[in-house]
Ligand binder design. Structure first.
Ligand SMILES: Cc1cc2nc3c(=O)[nH]c(=O)nc-3n(C[C@H](O)[C@H](O)[C@H](O)COP(=O)(O)O)c2cc1C
Length: 382
């Protein structure tokens, strides 16, 4: 069984993660993992914290000579900000003035009541999306397994605040990586940057949308057997597990509700020369009946504006029971580009389980042999 866990507070000593169930003999390129961590830290609209942290993975277990051993993988990413917060966050002696004014839209209030915490810091330290650095790290490890099976994941930003870029079926990933807002459509990207500047000047924040696309997913990942095995549910659940994500759509998503059936599905046809079965459209976004159908998986993810505003929202001081502005913790203005990198990671993590469930294998060689056998059997069926 493939599974993962993360732990770590935002300003604590480190983030840690465990990946269990990856096959042996997956070669890991550490530089690529660190590059992915850096991509999460980038993006126009991020705050000062990102200039302090420079995330780097350290391997603690499960890897030898640059290859997975098949044993549980344990990794660590240090919080460089910890040194400046040691007094506040030391696991044994940490103490400081309590945070008392919950931020509307954050975990502060619900978490304080749930965990009986009078200092909101004891809630927000884990609720903070700093934790996503570890998910990105674990996702970057899974990416290197999935690439061996021909499965690749990428993303771009299609909306920031009121600026909506044209939605693209295909795009050049280099244009995305060059863009400060991860949008390959140049004039939209410029307008997005201007919108972020405007929000920043007003002490406000912005949300938006990003698209995640997965290529090379073989037919039949996920299952229609039970509701919790459906691939659309698994991917949507994983993406909804990212802070600020409020909606996930597959293919046409919500738009399909208003279309007649004749405009909603992807017909089958025979390719003239080879006689292969092809789909001229991908409205389903690569998933039918809870299973991958061989087309690219396309997911549209909507993200709310982050809850810490420099022009603080109305709140209350829970200790003094007075009206008071929400606490301000150093914060970003717009995290949609970073959210897209976290989204890629979550999709990789969420796909790895069902992929390994279908092909199995204790070593990469065994997994690959099973994949090739399965592909050959599918080809021979009709
Ligand atoms: C990459 C990333 C960075 C974030 N940075 C901040 C931030 O600097 N300030 C903030 O208030 N919220 C930030 N958030 C959002 C909060 O973590 C999130 O809104 C909060 O945990 C409440 O969860 P919810 O939005 O899912 O309800 C960030 C989210 C992501 C994905």
């Amino acid at each position: 069984m493939f599974r993962y866990l993360t732990a770590g507070e935002s300003h604590g000593p480190a983030l840690v993660g465990i990946l269990d169930g990856l096959p042996s003999h997956v070669k890991l390129d550490v530089e690529r993992i660190n590059e992915t961590l850096l991509r999460r830290q980038g993006g126009y609209g991020r705050g000062a914290r990102m200039k302090i942290e420079r995330d780097e993975v350290e391997f603690l277990a499960g890897i030898r000579g640059g290859e997975t051993l098949g044993s549980p993988i344990a990794v660590l990413v240090r919080n460089r900000d910890y040194e400046r917060n040691r007094e506040l966050m030391d696991p044994l002696t940490g103490t400081g003035p309590p945070l008392t004014n919950p931020r509307p839209g954050h975990a502060d209030y619900a978490g304080a009541l749930k965990y009986r915490q009078r200092d909101l810091r004891n809630v927000l330290e884990r609720a903070s999306a700093r934790e996503t650095a570890m998910r990105v790290c674990l996702g970057a490890i899974c990416a290197q397994l999935l690439e061996n099976l021909g499965i690749t994941t990428r993303s771009y930003v299609s909306q920031i605040g009121p600026v909506v870029a044209p939605e693209l079926d295909e795009w050049n990933q280099c244009d995305v990586e060059k863009s400060d807002v991860r949008c390959p459509h140049e004039s939209s990207a410029r307008a997005m940057i201007a919108a972020i500047d405007e929000a920043k000047a007003a002490g406000d924040t912005l949300g938006g949308r990003f698209i995640v696309r997965v290529d090379g997913v073989p037919v039949g990942i996920g299952s229609n057997r039970q509701p919790n095995q459906r691939l659309d549910g698994i991917l949507a659940g994983a993406l909804m597990g990212v802070q600020t994500v409020k909606a996930v759509e597959v293919g046409l998503g919500g738009e399909v509700a208003g279309r007649p059936g004749s405009q909603a599905h992807d017909v089958f046809q025979l390719e003239k020369s080879a006689g292969a079965v092809v789909r001229p459209s991908n409205r389903a976004g690569g998933i039918e009946g809870g299973m991958s159908n061989g087309e690219p998986i396309v997911l549209r993810v909507s993200v709310k504006p982050i809850p810490t505003l420099m022009k603080a929202l109305k709140s209350v001081n829970l200790h003094e029971r007075t009206d008071a502005p929400a606490s301000i913790v150093r914060s970003d203005v717009c995290v949609v580009p970073a959210g897209a990198i976290v989204g890629e990671a979550m999709v990789r993590l969420a796909l790895t389980g069902p992929v390994l469930e279908k092909y199995g294998g204790d070593s990469l060689q065994e997994t690959l042999a099973n994949l090739h056998r399965s592909n050959a059997a599918a080809k021979a069926l009709f």
